[in-house]
Design a protein. Structure first.
Length: 468
């Protein structure tokens, strides 16, 4: 491969790379005061927008992402109960037999051994934390029993009468105006469907108040619990002994008050065992609270500043173009008119379009600049110098032509001034000549009148002659 072909390919690659360069110094533009004023307006607008945008990023709200999930795919789900009766019992029953094919099989295997398949007894004020699962089988779930007298003491708005039907509370963590707040919900005797919401706040450290919130929402289905929901209750033996103690308790009609789940019309003074059954909804909600990272905010902030700066550039450019379009719609032209003599018919009009002269000069400068850039990519330095000298000579010739045109313009202006001066100096002479012609015509008419009178013999005096 010859050296000329290698140099030719290298020059093509070099020119292509130079065209892709966006950081090189382009043709310099002369700075102006108007440009500086427009730059100040743009800088003020960008600073104002930047301050408002920075305040918005500093006070940005937290983002909350929620997702609905199947309850059968997860678990156990934590629950916390507090007893508000003399005595409370709680049993957790979920089938762990695979042949039953209950949806609680996997979750029930994860329950602690000391919680499932046994009856937990609580006294007034005691708290118990226990896990629960989802199951579509009616014999699976949580059974809550309360016996004796209620101790609400008007808590949650429940007095001695209304508090007879409520025995325990389930704890929830509510996110209030002052941050995470405990929100216990009283549980009424009857069948309930529970809905679970788990919220993880990533903006707080782990194991701190509010970092993980568990919320339970109860929906009462009926106060008459069907018998199939009480099958396999782990507290059945305890309730049987309590039922035996109630055989001698009479109601207001004198009948024996048997063990009931909240429907038998026993007197309020009689001791009763009331029951509540909790079954979980087939879905639950998992929420995640997070705040956008500072690095992402910084990238977005710088991008917004760059965008607003570009927008101001386009806006100011549009205003400038509109100004020159409406106020300088037509180019300025000088029209010079002169005549050879006053009242003559030969007139000559010379028009010089200064805008065309400016465009011609700008085109010359652009050609010179383009020639310089092209000469920089040539492989031979001598050819570049020759080409540059030719371009400089062309520029010099064009400048000389412009100078000659300027001199011609000055000469035409001088001729116009001289013609105007000649016209002004001739006006008095023409006026004097018109006056003399008028006087001569008058004297001639007087002489003719005297001649006619003399022929008629009416006057012998010679006619009066006016001197010119």
């Amino acid at each position: 491969m010859s050296s000329s072909s290698v140099g030719w390919r290298r020059s093509i690659v070099e020119r292509s790379l130079r065209r892709l360069d966006r950081w090189g110094d382009g043709p310099k533009r002369q700075t102006t005061v108007v440009g500086g004023i427009l730059g100040c307006f743009m800088l003020a607008g960008v600073c104002l927008f930047g301050a408002l945008s920075a305040e918005g990023y500093l006070n940005r709200p937290m983002e909350i992402a929620t997702e609905t999930k199947w309850s059968a795919s997860f678990g156990p789900y934590p629950m916390e109960f507090t007893c508000y009766y003399d005595t409370c019992w709680l049993s957790v029953e979920y089938s762990t037999q695979l042949e039953i094919k209950g949806q609680s099989y996997k979750c029930a295997k994860l329950l602690e051994a000391d919680q499932a398949h046994r009856c937990h007894e609580l006294k007034h004020g005691e708290v118990i934390s226990i896990g629960s699962c989802y199951s579509h089988l009616p014999q699976d779930g949580l059974r809550l029993h309360f016996f004796g007298k209620p101790h609400w003491s008007n808590a949650f708005g429940l007095d001695e009468t209304d508090g007879l039907s409520y025995g325990l509370t389930i704890a929830s963590d509510m996110n209030g105006e002052d941050g995470p707040t405990p929100m216990p919900t009283p549980i009424r005797a009857g069948l309930h469907v529970t809905t679970y919401v788990r919220t993880k706040n990533t903006t707080l450290p782990d194991n701190t108040p509010g970092s993980l919130r568990n919320e339970w929402f109860l929906q009462e289905i009926t106060t008459d619990i069907p018998a199939r929901y009480l099958t396999g209750d782990g507290c059945a033996s305890v309730l049987s002994s309590k039922n035996a103690e109630l055989l001698d308790v009479k109601d207001v009609n004198g009948s024996t008050c048997k063990l009931c789940s909240g429907t038998t019309a026993c007197s309020t003074a009689a001791l009763r065992v009331r029951t509540a059954v909790l079954t979980m909804a087939p879905w639950f909600t998992e929420a995640s609270v997070r705040r956008e990272s500072l690095w992402t905010c910084y990238l977005q902030y710088t991008g917004e500043l760059g965008g607003i700066a570009a927008m101001f550039d386009i806006l100011l450019l549009g205003i400038t173009l509109a100004y020159y379009h409406f106020l300088h719609k037509r180019s300025v032209k000088f029209r010079l008119t002169f005549c050879d003599a006053p009242g003559g018919d030969d007139h000559q009009t010379i028009a010089m379009d200064l805008q065309e002269v400016r465009e011609l000069k700008a085109q010359q400068i652009f050609q010179a600049t383009a020639a310089k850039e092209e000469s920089s990519s040539w492989s031979s330095a001598a050819d570049a110098e020759n080409r540059l000298s030719q371009v400089e000579q062309q520029v010099a010739d064009l400048q000389a032509m412009l100078k000659q045109q300027s001199l011609q313009l000055e000469e035409l202006r001088a001729q116009q001034a001289e013609a105007a001066h000649r016209n002004t100096s001739m006006e008095p002479k023409l006026s004097d000549l018109d006056g003399k012609c008028g006087q001569l015509h008058h004297d001639q008419q007087v002489t003719e009148i005297h001649v006619v009178l003399e022929e008629m013999g009416m006057s012998k005096d010679p006619p009066h002659k006016s001197s010119l």
